[in-house]
Design a protein around this ligand. Structure first.
Ligand SMILES: [Fe+2]
Length: 304
């Protein structure tokens, strides 16, 4: 191996040190990196993400890449790179938190949790960091499952929950952080049907059990659309969000962070709207379905 693996603060995830990407990544090195990714969920590469080509070379070690379905989100000339920035007023809605107009704040979630087939992973490269704030957090939902008590593991073993696409933070049913929307609701999104996914997902490559409580998306437990079911979701989220399951990355320009989307949640902490932050992202294809689209007949499971 032409790299070293180091523990990150807090113990979750690993830093990869000494990897020479520009010199080309051999198949053996790619396979070794993929194994560390599967074992630890999050990989940090500090300071070596100096170009889109370096980011693509590294990303391809972990699977086939998925171009963004909407062309305007792609970086020009690089269909597999997504541009995430608030430059020019982009980057999603602006909310006021504690008196600060905040851009690019996204609460804890698993990407595409509102579909049956989430992506396997994604890799962010910091092109221009915000002067203040702008951290990204990751959370180990496999460890969160492991540390549930046995009675709770039994209780949730066969439960499914409904997960919804949510265009705004104010629509969240759980772990709502408040915040006042400052930007108009002008975004147009496709119509995503409600899906039912298991609360406990078995990771398709490692076989580990994972607590699936994407806080942005979870709506209710199938068959328990009531206070009892909601109390269970609140208890599971409170358990999962404990700091001991988290790693918060303080970005420097040219850092890259890769995550396994099937055993983590992540959150963007946001930054003052008058600061520009630019991130390039690649997405690693999933392909293994975890749940089912709810049939039209299942009206009782639709949100009110
Ligand atoms: Fe995300």
């Amino acid at each position: 191996m032409n790299f070293e693996v180091r523990k990150l603060d807090g113990g979750f995830g690993r830093e990869i040190v000494g990897l020479d990407i520009a010199g080309g990544i051999t198949p053996d090195t790619a396979a070794a990196l993929k194994q560390v990714w599967l074992d630890h969920g999050v990989l940090v590469f500090r300071g070596i993400g100096t170009s889109p080509d370096v980011q693509l070379e590294l990303s391809r070690c972990f699977g086939e890449l998925e171009p963004h379905p909407i062309e305007k989100f792609r970086l020009q000339g690089y269909p597999e790179l997504i541009l995430l920035t608030n430059e020019g007023g982009g980057g999603g809605p602006v909310y006021e938190f504690d008196g600060v107009a905040t851009a690019q704040r996204i609460p804890w979630h698993t990407d595409l949790a509102f579909t049956t087939t989430p992506n396997a992973g994604a890799l962010l490269r910091m092109v221009r960091k915000a002067e203040t704030g702008g951290q990204t957090g990751w959370l180990d939902t496999a460890a969160a499952y492991d540390e549930l008590d046995d009675a709770t593991k039994d209780e949730i073993a066969d439960l499914e929950a409904v997960y919804l696409f949510r265009p705004g933070l104010e629509e969240m049913r759980f772990n709502q952080q408040g915040g006042t929307r400052l930007s108009p609701r002008k975004d147009q999104y496709p119509d995503f049907p409600p899906v039912a996914n298991p609360l406990v997902w078995v990771h398709p490559e490692t076989g580990r059990k994972v607590l699936n409580v994407s806080t942005l998306n979870i709506d209710h437990i199938i068959g328990q659309r009531n206070e009892k079911g909601d109390a269970l979701i609140r208890r599971l989220i409170d358990h999962a969000l404990q700091p001991r399951f988290q790693y918060i990355h303080e970005w420097e320009n040219n850092d890259m962070v890769l995550w396994d989307n099937r055993r983590t949640m992540h959150a963007a902490l946001g930054h003052p709207v008058d600061q520009i932050r630019v991130v390039h992202r690649t997405t690693i294809k999933g392909g293994v379905a975890m749940g089912r689209v709810l049939p039209n007949a299942a009206k009782e499971e639709m949100p009110a």
